[in-house]
Design a binder for this molecule. Structure first.
Ligand code: SF4
Length: 275
């Protein structure tokens, strides 16, 4: 299999190419077209940079956890939540965002999941694109992007790192994200085994710990190589003939258009946000 030079894969791309289990009816390839092919257009750019309340809550929650561990004494102080809220400039946010983030900070202050763990990496969440990992095998090559919220040494298993992804809101955990992180860890931390899990900061809910065998990781890598290649081919077709946008990235309109960030500019949308 020959892979175009610029081929890349990430969990985000995987989620745009293929739906999560149970989400098939709502999956729309045209969204991938807007996000990955037309992201440079001013209208699309504006829609992509307009963070929703849920995205803002997720980002502030992640930053909050980071601040608690960067300023560890705040976890023991009675006004620790207030101090982190100030560091986050929470008062600049809407009432809903302030309310939900404050609750998250309160819960984390009461029960800090990472306290006592040997943390190898904890991100603020606003660092931007991570450095790509070049995956090169005999039959394929692609760049893998994986932004991991937190990595710590697993105290229950020797020579094992635990990759933790923080969540907010009610969306179910998508195991594929954990699989991509474990694959990334194979290259970034080759001396360690890796496991992964999710933690919902609003619901204080942990997922099961996800483990993968070597042969499962090999298959996953190959699947991501195929996704990278297919996406690169689609982009090439689009740049050759932009008028074929809806053929290359077919729309799947329906009730879910109501929640699509592109409904105001998508000619196939069953819902217009200005309605
Ligand atoms: S508005 Fe509907 S059809 Fe258009 S991209 Fe979004 S989900 Fe797809």
């Amino acid at each position: 299999m020959s892979i175009p030079e610029r081929a890349f894969a990430s969990y985000h791309l995987w989620s745009l190419v293929a739906p999560a289990v149970g989400q098939q009816r709502w999956h729309c390839q045209m969204r991938r077209g807007f996000v990955k092919a037309r992201q440079g257009e001013s209208e699309v750019k504006a829609l992509l940079t307009h963070a929703t309340a849920s995205q803002r809550i997720g980002l502030l929650a992640q930053k909050g956890v980071y601040e608690f561990h960067y300023n560890r004494h705040l976890l023991n102080q009675a006004d620790g939540v207030e101090q982190v809220a100030q560091l986050l400039k929470l008062s600049n946010s809407t009432h809903e965002v302030q309310h939900r983030v404050r609750q998250i900070l309160q819960k984390y202050h009461e029960s800090p999941l990472l306290l006592g763990k040997s943390i190898l990496q904890l991100t603020r969440g606003d660092e931007g694109f991570p450095k790509p990992i070049l995956i090169q095998q005999e039959d394929y090559a692609f760049r893998l992007y994986a932004t991991m919220d937190c990595i710590f040494l697993d105290s229950d298993r020797s020579e094992t790192i635990h990759i933790l992804d923080f969540k907010t809101g009610k969306s179910p955990f998508d195991e594929r994200q954990a699989l991509v992180y474990i694959l990334a860890a194979r290259y970034l931390y080759p001396a360690y085994q890796a496991v992964a899990s999710f933690y919902n900061l609003e619901l204080c809910k942990k997922s099961e710990i996800i483990t993968v065998t070597k042969s499962q990781l090999d298959s996953l890598e190959l699947e991501l190589a195929h996704i990278a290649e297919k996406h690169q081919e689609d982009l090439k077709k689009y740049y050759q003939q932009a008028s074929n946008f809806s053929k290359i990235f077919p729309p799947n309109p329906g009730y879910h258009c109501r929640f699509c960030p592109f409904n105001s500019i998508c000619e196939f949308s069953t819902f217009k946000s200005s309605q």
